[in-house]
Design a protein. Structure first.
Length: 70
């Protein structure tokens, strides 16, 4: 499944900072814009994987996974 998220990025002095609007806590800081975008992609992927694992563990046994479109 290919999902899209919104990255907010800006240059702050010598650094580039950014975050993902839809996922609290996904934010990064890098020296270049390209490095920032790559760090955001990696961090977002890790955060989503961790959230999925936490949700499955909290559900225990007998749960059902459904795709919901917005």
């Amino acid at each position: 499944m290919n999902q899209s998220y919104t990255a907010v990025v800006k240059q702050a002095g010598e650094w580039w900072v950014g975050w993902i609007e839809e996922v609290p806590g996904v934010n990064c800081q890098e020296r270049t814009r390209d490095d920032l975008l790559e760090s955001l992609r990696i961090t977002l992927g890790e955060a989503l994987a961790m959230n999925r694992a936490d949700a499955k563990q909290a559900a225990g046994q007998g749960y059902e996974e459904l795709t919901i479109a917005v």
